[in-house]
Ligand binder design. Structure first.
Ligand SMILES: Nc1ncnc2c1ncn2[C@@H]1O[C@H](COP(=O)(O)OP(=O)(O)OP(=O)(O)O)[C@@H](O)[C@H]1O
Ligand SMILES: [Mg+2]
Length: 505
């Protein structure tokens, strides 16, 4: 049961380079309450959290902890109060093990030395307690983004906090992992722990929240009590327009598979057996959805087609021409790729939008001019910003400090500058707000109308049904089902991905 106010942030102001990001924001959390925070990409959610946890200094305002004014200048300050945070940008360090990451900076010691045995044991206890599919000694480098996110969560949980802040914790989790997290959240709440929960997934927020604060353009838009958290109202408050959310549980598929074949994949097989003998085609103007559970091998297959990883055997043809896949060759052949792990693979955080867009497109700028001028780069980045509504619309802004959703837009936007034959997008709307999701779907549809073949890998079933003309479902490295010119529902896709159909035979 929610009790007294444990944390209160009053009249918070923050600007970056003179641009106000938070203005007179008020936010409070009670003991034992799950308090969600929603708002469009760039609304200021993560910034508010970073001010509360001492990562950023506020320009003005006051934070109160259990009724008393406090100064939180570093993350350690907030840890001392009993606050832990799972940040949106994962902070796990790839060369270290799971245990080293969980106890980073808090390692148990034996004399002057780190007690690795004890650290691994403590980590194993946490893993057992929360039943995470992890091992203490695995080096993080070998793990996918979903598991990295679980480590980040474990790290947050290991601190026995009074307040746990989660900034989009489920963005890279599978449905099953997310379910586990929701149970953990409910248990923590019943133990009196407070939780600040940030997510763009409305269903999660409705299910979990006791209260919801909505930010809009850096200002308070509303605080809703549980009974007032009504979907239509929340979306309207957030973005100021009505979005049709009901569509998407069922769809009649119409594939353009009479059109010319653009991509022809034959017998693609992985070295380490994550997928085998994968054959399929994508036609001109067709959006092919790849469904299945996380770990089914979808990401690995599309990475092999684009050439980030090499397949052991199999062939890839584009417009009848055999490819020797590598990212460089793929770019030149007209293949675009938006990877699942945007932060590590999709963009260069220290560079501006202009440079990030230009890096993928130097060949185009070069063909047109002998020397690449800043003006050419700038005009291209302005086109990208406009095409996909990147905010802030500042070509010189470092992509690393942009909001998560806008980073994703940069990664997609740079491909829109090219004459594409094939575009592969892996979880294209992870971290994207509801309004912007629709914009991205329209962009994919427009590209398809221009003849681009598109592969969409997504774990969001509503999204899969919304965008696909045809759907292939993968399970444990095989294509197990095709949905083509039939009416399909979310549960049909889900059953195929879980192998329920096969077992029933
Ligand atoms: N370190 C920084 N330097 C400059 N600008 C920043 C910095 N951090 C955030 N911003 C800007 O502040 C604004 C709010 O960003 P923030 O990350 O808080 O948004 P958000 O609500 O978390 O969005 P998302 O849902 O996309 O994660 C954005 O315009 C962002 O570009
Ligand atoms: Mg954010």
């Amino acid at each position: 049961m929610a009790g007294n106010t444990i944390l209160e942030a009053k009249n918070i102001y923050k600007s970056f380079s003179g641009v106000p990001v938070l203005q007179d924001v008020h936010f409070e959390v009670k003991a034992g309450e799950v308090h969600s925070l929603m708002g469009e990409n760039g609304a200021g959610k993560s910034t508010l959290i970073k001010i509360i946890t001492g990562v950023y200094a506020k320009d003005d305002g006051q934070i109160y902890w259990e009724g008393k004014p406090v100064e939180i200048n570093t993350y350690q300050d907030c840890q001392k109060l009993g606050v832990a945070c799972i940040y949106q940008e994962l902070s796990v360090i790839p060369p270290l093990t799971v245990a080293q990451n969980v106890f980073l900076g808090r390692e148990p010691r034996k004399g002057p030395f780190i007690d690795y045995a004890k650290m691994n044991k403590m980590t194993q206890e946490l893993i057992d307690k929360y039943q995470f599919p992890l091992k203490p000694t695995t080096v993080v480098d070998n793990l996918g983004i979903g598991q990295r996110q679980l480590i980040e969560i474990l790290k947050g949980l290991s601190q026995d906090s009074k307040l746990l802040i989660m900034d989009e914790p489920t963005a890279s989790l599978s449905g099953k992992e997310a379910e586990m997290l929701f149970k953990i959240i409910q248990t923590l709440r019943s133990e009196g722990v407070s939780i600040i929960y940030i997510s763009h997934r409305l269903e999660e927020v409705y299910m979990l929240s006791d209260r919801l604060t909505i930010l809009r353009d850096g200002k308070n838009a509303a605080v809703l009590e549980k009974q007032d958290i009504i979907p239509a109202k929340v979306i309207e408050t957030m973005i100021g327009k009505v979005v049709d959310e009901s569509a998407g549980s069922k769809k009649m598929l119409h594939s353009n598979d009479e059109a010319e074949v653009r991509l022809d994949v034959k017998g693609l097989t992985d070295k380490t057996d994550r997928y085998r003998d994968i054959s399929f085609q994508v036609h001109r103007g067709e959006i092919l959805g790849l469904g299945g559970l996380i770990g089914a091998g979808r990401t690995e297959v599309v990475r092999a087609i684009y050439g980030v990883d090499k397949a052991a055997s199999g062939e890839v043809y584009l417009d009848g021409k055999k490819l020797d896949p590598s990212p460089k060759a793929s770019i030149l052949e007209g293949i675009g790729f938006v990877p699942e792990d945007r932060r590590n693979q999709g963009f260069i955080p220290l560079l501006s939008t202009t440079k990030n867009v230009a890096l993928t497109n130097y060949d185009i700028v070069k063909v047109q001019k002998t020397a690449i001028s800043d003006a050419d780069e700038l005009s291209m980045s302005k086109r990208a910003i406009e095409a996909i509504d990147i905010r802030p619309a500042d070509p010189n802004k470092q992509v690393g400090v942009m909001s998560g959703g806008n980073q994703q837009k940069v990664v997609l936007g740079k491909w829109l500058m090219r004459d594409l034959k094939l575009l592969i997008v892996d979880e294209p709307t992870a971290g994207i707000d509801v309004g912007a999701k629709d914009e991205i779907y329209s962009i994919l549809e427009d590209l398809a109308k221009q003849g681009v073949a598109i592969i969409v890998v997504t774990s969001d079933l509503q999204e899969l049904l919304r965008v696909s003309h045809r759907i292939l479902v993968m399970r444990k490295g095989d294509i197990v089902k095709e949905f083509k010119n039939v009416e399909v529902t979310q549960s049909m896709v889900l059953s195929a991905g879980q192998g329920v159909e096969e077992e029933a035979k």
